[in-house]
Design a binder for this molecule. Structure first.
Ligand SMILES: [Fe+2]
Ligand SMILES: [Fe+2]
Length: 215
């Protein structure tokens, strides 16, 4: 595998988290209430997975090695932009943390700041990822020999081993399942406006009026 293999896999996990955030944000805006536990989970994911683990490998291994090469003007420019975008991401997360603390301190207007900055993250990260996936990672591999690529891949594994060992992909999967369950509940229950569960309903007669809504 090339050293960009793990980075591209991590991009897919980050994209999945962004989807979750977008859906959750819509609910928070509708209900005018911040789910602070969810915000803590998102902040932890961005800080420890997207930034420390992912940007960490990009900056401390790939970009460091690219800096030793004679890059084309375009690649140099893109790499500089990517580093600046990482800084922008970190600053945006700081604003989210700050607004969340204000919200917990009863400043309900902070909801607007949380929403604004989550929107920035949702909008900015996919563009950043696309720039790396489609315009930078693959062409940049041409600067390296096979041996250099192998050595970066191994260094990435060692790098990951030194970080917290939280299964962030598992965290994302759990959040996806939770959201899916919530969506199913919303789709099925309003039909009969009843709190009856699917299991209870199956035990009832087939000609009960709410069958279609629950199955
Ligand atoms: Fe990046
Ligand atoms: Fe990346």
């Amino acid at each position: 595998m090339m050293p960009i293999g793990p980075l591209m896999k991590e991009h897919r996990v980050i994209e999945r988290m962004l989807n979750i955030v977008e859906k959750r944000l819509n609910i928070m805006k509708k209900e005018e209430e911040v789910d602070t536990t969810f915000i803590d989970t998102v902040v932890d994911f961005i800080k420890n997975y997207a930034d420390k683990r992912h940007h960490g490998k990009e900056e401390d291994i790939l970009f460091r090695e690219l800096n030793k090469k004679e890059l084309s003007k375009d690649h140099k420019r893109i790499m500089d932009e990517l580093v600046q975008e990482h800084v922008f991401g970190r600053n945006t997360v700081k604003k989210i943390v700050d607004a969340k603390e204000r919200y917990e301190g009863e400043d309900k207007d902070a909801l607007k700041n949380i929403a604004e900055n989550l929107h920035i993250i949702i909008d900015f990260y996919p563009k950043h990822i696309e720039k790396e996936d489609k315009h930078f990672f693959i062409p940049c591999m041409d600067y390296f020999t096979g041996k250099e690529r192998d050595s970066m891949l191994k260094e990435g594994e060692v790098f990951d081993g030194k970080l917290n060992q939280v299964d962030y992909e598992g965290v994302v999967k759990q959040l996806e399942n939770k959201q899916e369950n919530e969506t199913n509940e919303q789709i099925t229950l309003p039909f009969c406006q009843s709190s009856v569960t699917a299991e209870q309903d199956r035990s009832q007669d087939d000609d009960e009026p709410c069958d279609d809504g629950i199955r």
